[in-house]
Design a binder for this molecule. Structure first.
Ligand SMILES: [Fe+2]
Length: 288
């Protein structure tokens, strides 16, 4: 961020907050309660959570203005880099008796002209059936329901996991106290988190919600957007189970992503340029 923008934004933030304090007649005691709450949220490891639930969706919306391709979604406070790399058939790491219905999530990743984004990496994380995230909440094995995998040469991907539930954000700490004071619930609708990466395209942080799910209209983080909702379809036919080696019905969700090409790189010494998006040539390939 350029230094003049930093100064402009900070000066305006100061103006807005001072106007807010004058408008509401914020007392010294109330001011100290507010700063104490912010400090407590940081001490409780909730500094990002407290800001994310109120502000991150707006930052994502602003970033989506003029954006080509699939919209960016909030990342939330529970992303952890370095998830295990998976090999086909892709199955998110999970306990042998992982609770929850089986979910097969599949789709295709293309560029804006429909060209396949071959080998794009998908970095996925989600809550377990109790609404808990590994590497964050105690009692869940490290990297449970977190993994990185790649689409094939035609941009198709498929991964097996479990259907996540709606979950409560931590409500026993400062963020929960703020929401309780505002008489709001603390639920997020069921969702999957993803980051998509490819050297020739802009990285995309996304979330996928399920049509008709609880709390879609009242997400505590105000983050649900229509382009990030897909339908869960129950599959129970014998042939469908056999095709995936399953012995019980499962749910399937299909969602495609469109990535925006990176802007052209400036010329470098020797006349070379960084990698450009692949030409629109390859076949559509098989549907997984
Ligand atoms: Fe989440």
């Amino acid at each position: 961020m350029p230094e003049d923008r930093i100064r402009t934004v900070l000066e305006d933030l100061e103006r807005v907050l001072l106007r807010f304090m004058r408008h509401h007649g914020i007392s010294h005691q109330e001011y100290r309660r507010a700063t104490g709450l912010l400090l407590a949220s940081i001490r409780a490891g909730e500094g990002s959570l407290l800001l994310d639930i109120f502000l991150e969706a707006q930052a994502a919306d602003t970033g989506n203005l003029g954006r080509t391709g699939s919209p960016e979604a909030i990342e939330g406070p529970f992303y952890v880099p370095g998830a295990p790399q998976l090999s086909p058939p892709h199955i998110l790491p999970q306990r042998p008796d992982e609770a929850g219905d089986i979910l097969v999530f599949r789709g295709r990743v293309t560029g804006p002209e429909g060209e396949p984004v071959a080998g794009v990496e998908l970095d996925m994380w989600q809550a377990d059936a109790a609404g808990l995230y590994s590497n964050v909440h105690p009692g869940v094995p490290d990297w449970n329901l977190r993994g990185c995998f790649r689409a094939d040469a035609a941009g198709w991907f498929e991964v097996r996991t479990i259907v996540p539930p709606p979950y409560e954000i931590p409500k026993g700490g400062p963020a929960g106290r703020v929401l309780a004071a505002m008489e709001r619930h603390v639920f997020r609708p069921a969702h999957l988190h993803l980051k998509l990466r490819h050297p020739a395209y802009e990285a995309l942080t996304s979330q996928l919600y399920f049509r008709d799910g609880l709390y879609l209209e009242s997400d505590v983080a105000h983050a649900v957007r229509p382009d990030c909702i897909a339908s869960l379809v129950r599959r129970e036919g014998r042939a469908q189970l056999l095709a995936r080696g399953l012995d019980r019905p499962f749910f399937e969700v299909r969602h495609d992503f469109v990535l925006a090409p990176r802007p052209p790189a400036p010329p470098v010494a020797g006349g070379g340029r960084l990698a450009a998006p692949p030409a629109r040539t390859g076949p559509e390939g098989r549907r997984p």
